[in-house]
Write a protein that binds this ligand. Structure first.
Ligand code: SF4
Ligand code: SF4
Length: 312
């Protein structure tokens, strides 16, 4: 690859971050800091981070914590909170996501998700654990949402990390233009790349978008010689048929740059968040697959790749 990279015009110095997790050991090698960027172009039916889907801030409400004191209603500058039969509801069409109600809520029932941060602010945060990166062979991972959506911000963050000698990982669904992918790939040591299904009909139905660009971008990363860990969510009844697994295995085997395949079992940890956001969840009947079942899928994929693991 050509290492020269020009500054994209009209660079935005800030981006929306919804979480930064330190001492992560599941988002790449060693001890890492994972920066979660907000916004995603896909709508996967099993998504466990629904608060990450929109690019802007969101107000999350936990009714189980609410003690019905009414303080939030009193402080809201937009009069977006109303009391109905002793319950305090938010009129989302009036809410400006300012966070005033969350600051006032002594019960921690309200929280604004998403924070505008500068590149310097994020860099200062990830620099705190630089000694651990060196000792453990770790570094910084950018995840989401879909980090490629805020690509200008991401490129600046990656460049800042590369300048400091930090190992860089991008955790992506790969749904971005090849130009964007190229600019990001120049600054990325390893990709964690979701492969949800190689079946186009399944992909469209359960993620809302075509998988063609995602598969094409995987082939591009292979042609550029970039290291990739494939992450396959295993969602029973959705993408776990033998034909789908075999087709995915054949595709992975054709790439040549995949260092590992990870199976990510469907789980329901994020389901409660849908209710807190007031959003319906579309896969309520799906069960978490058993370890025996996951082992049988791993065995099948070992026919196509020598390194297959369960979990991230
Ligand atoms: S301030 Fe918090 S606890 Fe009080 S009514 Fe509002 S959400 Fe409930
Ligand atoms: S986030 Fe701001 S505008 Fe929205 S309900 Fe709370 S105080 Fe009102």
């Amino acid at each position: 690859m050509d290492n020269a990279i020009a500054d994209p015009p009209g660079e935005a110095p800030t981006g929306t971050v919804f979480n930064i997790i330190r001492f992560s050991v599941q988002d790449g090698p060693g001890i890492r800091t994972t920066v979660f960027l907000k916004g995603c172009p896909l709508e996967c039916a099993w998504c466990h981070n629904p608060e990450a889907l929109s690019g802007g801030k969101e107000l999350l409400f936990r009714p189980d914590r609410c003690i019905a004191c009414g303080d939030c209603m009193d402080v809201c500058p937009r009069h977006a909170i109303v009391e109905k039969e002793g319950k305090y509801e938010t009129r989302t069409e009036l809410c400006a996501r300012c966070g005033t109600c969350a600051d006032a809520c002594a019960a921690d029932a309200r929280e604004v998700i998403g924070r505008l941060m500068t590149v310097d602010e994020v860099t200062r945060e990830v620099e705190r654990d630089a000694p651990f990166y060196l000792e453990s062979g770790g570094g910084v991972t950018f995840s989401g949402g879909e980090p490629l959506l805020q690509h200008r911000f991401l490129v600046l963050l990656l460049r800042s990390c590369v300048m400091r000698g930090f190992h860089t990982v991008v955790d992506t669904a790969g749904y971005a233009s090849p130009d964007v992918l190229f600019r990001v790939a120049e600054l990325t040591d390893l990709f964690l790349y979701d492969l949800k299904s190689v079946d186009e009909e399944i992909h469209r139905r359960f993620t809302g978008v075509s998988g063609a660009l995602i598969r094409g971008n995987l082939e591009r990363l292979a042609s550029w010689g970039k290291k990739v860990v494939i992450r396959m969510p295993i969602v029973p009844g959705v993408n776990d048929s033998r034909s789908n697994i075999d087709a995915a295995g054949r595709f992975i085997a054709s790439l040549g740059n995949v260092v590992q395949v990870q199976l990510l079992p469907y789980h329901t940890i994020g389901v409660a968040k849908y209710a807190r956001l007031g959003v319906p969840y579309s896969l309520p009947a799906v069960q978490t697959p058993s370890s025996g079942y996951l082992n049988s899928i791993a065995e099948e994929l070992l026919r196509f790749h020598p390194v297959v693991s369960i979990g991230g």
